[in-house]
Design a protein. Structure first.
Length: 349
């Protein structure tokens, strides 16, 4: 097996690269920056290709000789513009699908998230067949749902597709959630919603990478959608408290009920969003039995193990100042300018 990987330098992409390296699987990795600047870890059989999600021809060239495409590039920033979200999550996924098909890939694994069911109510024991009944609440979630629908709709005998819906993804290489926690703490404290006694579905990035490998290999997974989570049922106060402890920050404080205005008033100029409030205040748990049965998925990193490793990683990264310095910024219009310019021409098919 040889894998074409988008999002190779992101948190999920790095974990997928580590997992593939452990199995001796060669990877063709896409990078927006110069290939010469791309960094590979020891033991990786990786070839770097320059290109972005707006260029299916460049992606198709990178995917040549690969059996499987893993699409791990996505934009999940809660404050990103709808234009950026649409071009990255929807148009970018369509381009990745076209590129993989053009290059002759037999399997396309799409790494999405459970936010495609984001709603202002509890989602407990939610399975893949359960319909939300309306579009998800936030713009990033709506574009991720559109991307997921594209992947499911374009799978066929020539190139089968698999969708993985990951719960809140976390781990040592995170550049978005951890910096937001640090900034929130400094702006007045990390707030729970209520007492934080609701369930929160999480997915350590190494558990997700294992699911990706299995989705790439298992023939019986073709055409399926799977939820991917950690093994434990975790309370919001315990998970966010664990993140704060790993970062060396004060423990979260109890907040108001599930009301955005009330929480924003407590945090002043904080960037707390509707998605934050829902994720912290509504119970979520997802049925992973299909992933266990068809993929053989068995999460091997516990939440406690992941938090201990995270604390060590924070130290290696220079503490909270290093976390902030390495934070991923929300992309603006310039991030998708090349896609807009190339729209309508030169696509692989």
């Amino acid at each position: 097996m040889r894998v074409f990987l988008t999002g190779a330098t992101g948190q999920v992409g790095q974990a997928v690269r580590r997992r593939m390296a452990a199995e001796g699987v060669p990877v063709h990795a896409l990078t927006r920056g110069p290939v010469a600047a791309a960094v590979s870890a020891a033991g990786e059989d990786i070839t770097w290709f320059q290109g972005d999600l707006g260029d299916p021809s460049a992606m198709a060239a990178a995917a040549v000789g690969c059996d499987v495409a893993v699409h791990a590039a996505r934009e999940c920033a809660h404050d990103a513009s709808l234009e950026v979200l649409g071009w990255t999550n929807v148009a970018g996924t369509e381009n990745a699908l076209k590129a993989a098909r053009h290059a002759g890939c037999k399997r396309f694994v799409h790494v999405g998230c459970v936010d495609v069911t984001l709603a202002d109510h509890d989602r407990v024991n939610w399975n893949e067949d359960k319909a939300l009944g309306h579009r998800p609440k936030a713009p990033h979630a709506r574009t991720e749902l559109e991307a997921e629908e594209l992947v499911i709709g374009l799978g066929d005998q020539r190139m089968s597709t698999v969708v993985l819906r990951a719960a809140t993804t976390w781990g040592p290489d995170d550049r978005r959630l951890l910096p937001r926690i640090v900034r929130e703490s400094r702006a007045g404290g990390v707030l729970l919603v209520g007492r934080g006694e609701n369930l929160v579905a999480t997915c350590h990035v190494d558990n997700l990478a294992d699911a990706v490998l299995r989705a790439a290999q298992r023939a019986e997974a073709a055409g399926s959608l799977f939820h991917v989570t950690d093994d434990e049922m975790t309370l919001s106060r315990d998970f966010y408290g664990g993140l704060c402890a790993a970062l060396g920050l004060p423990a979260p404080r109890e907040g108001a009920g599930v009301r955005v205005a009330a929480l924003k008033a407590r945090l002043g100029a904080s960037s707390l969003t509707l998605t934050d409030v829902i994720q912290r205040g509504r119970s979520t748990s997802f049925d992973v039995s299909p992933a266990r049965e068809l993929l053989g998925y068995a999460p091997h990193v516990t939440v406690d193990q992941g938090l201990a490793a995270l604390a060590e990683a924070v130290t290696r990264r220079g503490g909270v100042e290093g976390i902030l310095a390495d934070a991923r910024t929300t992309p603006g219009p310039d991030a998708i300018a090349s896609q807009v310019r190339r729209a309508g021409g030169g696509a692989a098919s």
